[in-house]
Ligand binder design. Structure first.
Ligand SMILES: Nc1ncnc2c1ncn2[C@@H]1O[C@H](COP(=O)(O)OP(=O)(O)OP(=O)(O)O)[C@@H](O)[C@H]1O
Ligand SMILES: [Mg+2]
Length: 298
């Protein structure tokens, strides 16, 4: 899903180079991330998987410039983040990133609409009416127009997370970082939140980087990397639906070939031949979709 660059190459949006993060707690040191390298292209829908304590939040916080690495380099777009002042970083975050958190992090005294408007207040170039227009637009994107005046405690968990998504999107960031966005939601609501994120990724080309330990959430990602004990252990799981699509197109090509191959024969004979070839090929190979499921589903 990477966007093509000028020479047809993918556009790198986040580049992480040998990133390390060590936390010091009293005399104890915790290596939360060790030598993590990763390039994330524009348009990606990436899941960071891994057990509790493996370093997912640490990695997201570093990419989001909320925290600073102990060593290594982080490049956002073309620019290295190293040596930036806190004000510069705040500006970079405001202009480039949208954040979605496990616990939604909405301001309890503000309505849904005011929560979405809140980060826009820092964008001085936006007039009041432009701000209102954006709020309306993103309330509609997440399907909450009717709930604009509700405060967070007057909304369900799924609705709160929708407000948080609208708030993250309203500043038009290039990257959305989401730390376990579905962990506090039931399975069905979590699924609809993920579906909304994926739709925004597909239709608006937004880049999503989200962490999860839920296998059904990982399954919706285009690309999954895994962190284990601070080490990035797995890259680029080949997703089942890609294989399925590919196999389906091969099957169709095979069928077309079969159809063409026997055009000279009398029809009943051609049918018999086609059937025989189909029987032989399905005896040796499982149907494509089953094969993809059995071989690639984890
Ligand atoms: N501020 C901190 N001070 C000290 N240690 C920390 C701090 N934040 C995280 N750690 C440690 O770093 C390691 C990675 O933590 P992190 O929060 O990134 O894990 P995680 O994969 O997000 O876990 P979870 O799935 O439970 O959210 C853990 O061992 C944790 O205890
Ligand atoms: Mg975490």
């Amino acid at each position: 899903m990477a966007q093509a660059g000028p020479e047809g190459s993918a556009v790198s949006l986040v580049r992480v180079e040998k990133l390390c993060k060590t936390y010091t707690l009293g005399k104890q040191q915790v290596d939360a991330l060790r030598d993590v390298s990763l390039t994330i292209n524009a348009g990606e829908f990436l899941a960071i998987a891994g057990p509790s304590g493996s370093g997912k939040t640490t990695l997201l916080n570093l990419i989001g410039c909320i925290d600073t690495p102990t060593s290594g380099e982080l490049v956002i777009g073309e620019d290295s983040v190293a040596g930036r002042t806190p004000d510069d970083l705040a500006e970079l975050r405001l202009r480039t990133m949208g954040f979605i958190f496990q616990t939604f992090n909405l301001l309890p005294v503000l309505s849904a609409a005011e929560n979405i408007e809140y980060p826009l207040l820092q964008m001085k170039e936006l007039s009041r009416s432009e701000r209102r227009k954006r709020v309306d637009e993103y309330l509609e994107v997440v399907g909450l127009e009717r709930f604009r005046h509700h405060r967070p405690n007057e909304l369900s968990g799924g609705q709160r997370q929708r407000v948080a998504i609208a708030r993250a999107l309203a500043t038009h960031p290039r990257i959305i970082l989401a730390d376990e966005p579905t962990a506090n939601l039931d399975h069905k609501t979590g699924g609809s939140i993920l579906a909304l994120m994926k739709d925004l990724n597909r239709t608006r080309g937004m880049t999503f980087i989200f962490s999860t330990h839920d296998p059904s959430v990982m399954d919706m990602a285009d690309w999954v990397v895994e962190v284990n004990d601070g080490i990035l252990t797995e890259h680029g799981i080949f997703k089942t639906w890609d294989v399925r699509e590919h196999l389906a197109s091969l099957e169709k090509a095979f069928d077309d070939l079969l159809s063409q191959a026997f055009t000279e024969m009398p029809r009943p004979e051609a049918e018999r031949k086609r059937e025989e070839i189909r029987r032989r090929t399905t005896r040796t190979a499982a149907p494509a979709a089953d094969w993809a499921d059995q071989t690639l589903m984890r």
